[in-house]
Design a protein around this ligand. Structure first.
Ligand code: PEP
Ligand code: MN
Length: 336
């Protein structure tokens, strides 16, 4: 169960509530986020919801039987809409685009990408400065110096930054230069990292694990929320299946179903979702029609020369075309 506490709840009222939960053998966890105070009750016994709901100091109470609670739609019917800066909204009714290279490579590359994004009205730039690579001999990113350079250029252009954080220790140094923290597929169940991102007041885009189920993704999101940060987006980026014809299998089903299971915004990553440049546009459009609140994709002036993931990266011309089509698809979907 989720109990929303009155911000002015007294210690005595809090104690009365804890005693009540103990009496029905529910384990209680206090959650304090940037927006509200909650008490999460986990247990199996039957109880009369009114006997708790009527106690003083409580704003609202909801039964949530899912393993994940705060990210579930069962208590929050209204969709969450995140605000980034003054003019970016992510969530139902808004369509968010995030584009940029797989890896941040150089000043020239950052400048060219920013120019391309501004031309297309894209307000969020993606790029990795810490890269999780399958091989330790591959390019692993420019690190914090690359992030600082990128930040100074993006800020001047009014572009927000989303980039991957791989370790708890990186969070503090990165925080001033990042608008959205990305948790990559390989860290989707790095619970220490998720706990730590719960303590930061910055949006987090959480990717689904390479072989992660939707329940696992939602429980990972619950880690962030229950540690204090409600600003979360879920990201479908393809999963590993028996099919070898493409890098990953984009699970379009997941987009529709996550929108049903959770109130959080759902973002599609068709670049990693299929991993083949030629088909990224089709999968992006399918994702929009399936209900995605936004799309994150890889773009580079010369994908053939990209330091990573060139095979799935669009060039500027391809991206121009796709951006226009995605916006049209979103409008069409909103009319349905
Ligand atoms: C990326 O966004 O470049 C990336 C490494 O993504 P994922 O974690 O989905 O593989
Ligand atoms: Mn990539």
């Amino acid at each position: 169960m989720i109990i929303q506490l009155d911000p002015n709840i007294t210690d005595a009222e809090q104690q009365q509530l804890s005693d009540k939960l103990a009496s029905i053998k529910f384990k209680a966890t206090n959650v304090k986020t940037q927006y509200a105070n909650y008490l999460i009750g986990v247990g199996k016994g039957e109880f009369d919801i009114r006997s708790i709901g009527n106690l003083p100091g409580i704003r609202d109470i909801h039964r949530v039987s899912d393993a994940y609670k705060l990210v579930s739609r069962k208590w929050k019917v209204q969709d969450t809409v995140l605000e980034i800066g003054e003019d970016i909204k992510i969530g139902t009714g808004h369509f968010a685009l995030m584009a940029g290279p797989c890896s941040i490579e150089s000043e020239e590359q950052i400048a060219a990408t920013i120019h391309h994004l501004k031309d297309n009205g894209v307000k969020i730039m993606r790029g990795g400065v810490y890269k999780p690579r399958s091989s330790p001999y591959s390019f692993r990113g420019l690190g914090i110096d690359g992030l600082k350079l990128w930040h100074s250029m993006a800020k001047e252009a009014g572009i927000a930054i989303i980039t991957e954080v791989m370790m708890v220790e990186q969070i503090e140094a990165m925080a001033d230069y990042v608008d959205i923290f990305q948790v990559g597929a390989r860290n989707s169940q790095n619970f220490n990292l998720l706990d730590a991102l719960g303590e930061v007041d910055k949006p987090v885009l959480l990717k689904r694990g390479i072989s992660g189920t939707l329940d696992e993704l939602l429980q990972s999101a619950e880690y962030i929320f229950s540690h204090g940060n409600e600003k979360i987006m879920l990201c479908e980026r393809g999963i590993r299946t028996f099919e070898k014809a493409y890098r990953n299998t984009m699970d379009i089903n997941a987009i529709a179903m996550l929108k049903e299971k959770s109130h959080l915004p759902v973002i599609a990553d068709p670049s990693h979702g299929i991993g083949v440049r030629q088909f990224v546009d089709k999968i992006a459009l399918a994702s929009v029609m399936a209900g995605a609140d936004g799309v994150i994709f890889e773009v580079h002036a010369t994908p053939e020369k990209a330091f990573s993931d060139g095979q799935q990266t669009l060039n500027f011309q391809e991206a121009n075309l796709l951006i226009g089509r995605m916006r049209k698809a979103f409008q069409l979907r909103e009319e349905f």
